[in-house]
Design a protein. Structure first.
Lengths: 381, 250
């Protein structure tokens, strides 16, 4: 990345600058506040909070991944949770193998659930997951290859708009049903859990949790810069052109399907890594991560934060998930889904540019109406 | 293959296309010479747009030949291929990328590699920058280069789209109703623009507006019910009884 890119698109762009500064402060501040102040001090950030924030950051990466394809290329994926979950499963399988003979059944060669199912040996697709590097490779390869094959078939056949959204939804639903089955060999309903260590470090230890948190911050930082680079390049303008006028782009000589597949795969890779960072911090991965509702929630984060801006997606994911934690633990717990739904409706109608577009909307003095016909406000084209 | 060696830049022979039994194109034959400016007129439903769709690969004909530069069978290629072979298309409704600036729209259309990696690491060379500047001036949008094209007036969008075709530098330009919705002044300016473009490119213009056709001052083809009814200079066609019956007389 050249200096001019950093100066123009990361520093002079206000949203990007604030976000990156915020991430730096978060990455330094949270570990310090966990470590330095006494536990009784109000400044102290408890370890469970560190992991909770780490979880939000993983969701933020996921939102970023979705904004890249939806905000810039008009691909509304309602199944992005699938790539997240696959990355998570790949990491979960490594963590399962790390348990070794410390499981309930004490079998060093087989995870507990396989012993329970009377399996005699490790299935072929579990081979290699005892190596961290292999697991990391799979974190990228599995979502990447799925996205490539799925994207190639869908985009070459020119499936787009609502139809594409529906089949992405079907994709994640099918995966959920498959992973629920015990025969699949991924722990069925219970998924993978009871993890002990990662690379020999105790997952419950504060230091491990801090490192995982910092890695999440770092990856979000890098992913943001990468996405920014893509969207600021001519490639980014081709994506916008596909979003706004797909057939025009074809008549200009661009192979639209190549661009769509490329950006879809990049997005799936980001989602996969987000999932891999998520699992060791929450300590469990199960088929409910494939639930279509989760994927729809990602869309809501992006819409609320502000589609097509990248930093808006990150902000939306952080805010909505903070809200979710806040509201689901109090008297509003039963109403959270209603609140979320209402937020989405209000955003769609009154804030087509999301929270980050608020200021501009106020500046223009006209709420909603002005942007109804703005190109950025179109949903699922 | 030099330009002189090519006998016809576009050759349609016996092309047919039906939609649900309706014959949109019926045994259509057309021959465009290199460097020619050709106007095509015809009443609504005469098959003008379908013809454009067939040439640019959007629609596959049921039968017939569509040959580019004497040799290339266009029916075997898709839109992106055909655009890269050197056929540019301007739509009836001006289609520019609204959320990009005028300059970015032109840059997008600029002739050059269309690969994913090349666009990711694309840098505008000085030579190409100069080319964009000159086209920007040619289509009269130099003052609005940083404007989002969404904010342009209808006529300016039409010109921007023509500018995009120019930087795309195709050998053959297909222009669909460029004067639609334009003021009289804009219409005449557009005709001038197309005439100057036709000095370096072959141009096919589909149009309704008679003043515009007159200003183009070139050979006209009249389409009717999917095939060629008459061909020649406008003054002669205006005396042709068949043409008057189907089109001009109304």
């Amino acid at each position: 990345m050249s200096n001019s890119f950093i100066a123009t698109y990361l520093w002079r762009d206000r949203g990007s600058r604030y976000l990156l500064i915020f991430l730096c402060l978060l990455g330094v501040g949270v570990p310090l506040l966990n470590w330095l102040p006494a536990e009784s001090s109000w400044l102290h950030v408890p370890t469970y909070m560190v992991s909770l924030l780490g979880k939000y950051l993983c969701f933020a990466i996921l939102a970023l991944a979705l904004d890249l394809i939806w905000g810039f290329c008009g691909i509304l994926s309602l199944g992005h949770g699938a790539f997240f979950a696959l990355g998570g499963y790949a990491m979960g399988m490594y963590l399962m193998r790390q348990i070794g003979d410390r499981g309930v059944y004490g079998n060093a060669n087989l995870p507990d659930f396989m012993v329970f199912l009377n399996w005699q040996e490790l299935p072929w697709f579990w081979q290699g997951f005892e190596h961290f590097s292999y697991a990391l490779l799979m974190v990228l390869l599995v979502p990447g290859i799925l996205a490539f094959v799925f994207g190639w078939l869908a985009f070459r056949s020119r499936v787009s708009g609502v139809y594409l959204s529906i089949i992405t939804q079907a994709l994640t639903y099918a995966l959920m049903l498959a992973f629920f089955r015990n025969d699949m060999g991924f722990g069925g309903n219970n998924g993978l859990t009871d993890f002990k260590e990662i690379l020999g470090f105790d997952l419950q230890a504060t230091s491990t949790r801090l490192v995982l948190f910092c890695l999440s911050v770092l990856f979000l930082f890098l992913a943001y810069c990468g996405c920014r680079y893509i969207t600021a390049s001519k490639l980014g303008r081709v994506l916008i052109s596909v979003r706004d006028a797909e057939s025009r782009t074809r008549f200009l000589g661009y192979r639209v399907e190549h661009y769509k597949v490329m950006v879809f795969v990049v997005s799936a890779l980001l989602a996969g890594v987000a999932g891999a960072l998520y699992v060791p911090q929450v300590g469990i991965i199960n088929p409910s991560e494939f639930n279509p509702l989760n994927s729809i929630e990602i869309v809501i984060w992006v819409a609320i934060g502000g589609r097509g801006t990248l930093y808006g997606a990150v902000l939306g994911a952080l805010l909505v998930n903070y809200g979710k934690t806040y509201f689901t633990s109090g008297i509003f717990a039963e109403y959270w889904l209603f609140i979320l739904g209402a937020l989405f409706v209000v955003t769609t109608i009154y804030l087509p540019r999301g929270i980050v577009g608020l200021k501009e909307q106020w500046a223009n003095g006209k709420l909603a109406s002005r942007f109804k016909t703005a190109p950025g406000a179109k949903v699922a084209q | 293959m030099s330009e002189l060696a090519v006998k016809s830049i576009l050759y349609l022979n016996g092309v047919n296309k039906s939609f649900d039994g309706f014959k949109a194109i019926n045994n259509l034959c057309l021959d465009i010479r290199p460097g020619e400016l050709r106007a095509i007129i015809g009443p609504n439903g005469a098959g003008k747009s379908t013809m454009m769709d067939i040439i640019t690969g959007k629609t596959k004909p049921d039968s017939g030949e569509v040959i580019f530069r004497d040799q290339i069978d266009l029916t075997r290629h898709d839109e992106a291929d055909i655009a890269n072979l050197g056929i540019g298309r301007k739509f009836q409704k001006p289609t520019v990328i609204g959320s990009l600036t005028v300059w970015e729209n032109l840059e997008l259309a600029l002739a050059g590699s269309r690969g994913v990696w090349q666009t990711l690491f694309f840098r505008l060379s000085d030579e190409k920058r100069a080319r964009l500047e000159s086209v920007l001036t040619q289509v009269g949008l130099a003052a609005r280069r940083e404007e989002l094209s969404f904010n342009l007036s209808h006529g300016q969008k039409q010109w921007l789209e023509i500018g995009m075709l120019l930087v795309q530098d195709p050998q053959l330009l297909l222009v669909d109703e460029p004067a639609a919705g334009m003021t009289d002044y804009e219409t005449l300016e557009t005709a001038k623009l197309l005439k100057s473009i036709s000095q370096h490119h072959s141009v096919v213009v589909v149009e309704h507006d008679m003043d515009f056709i007159r200003a183009l001052d070139t050979k006209v083809t009249v389409l009717h019910e999917g095939s060629v009814l008459a061909e020649g200079r406008l003054e002669l066609l205006q005396q042709d009884q068949r043409v008057i019956d189907v089109y001009l007389g109304r």
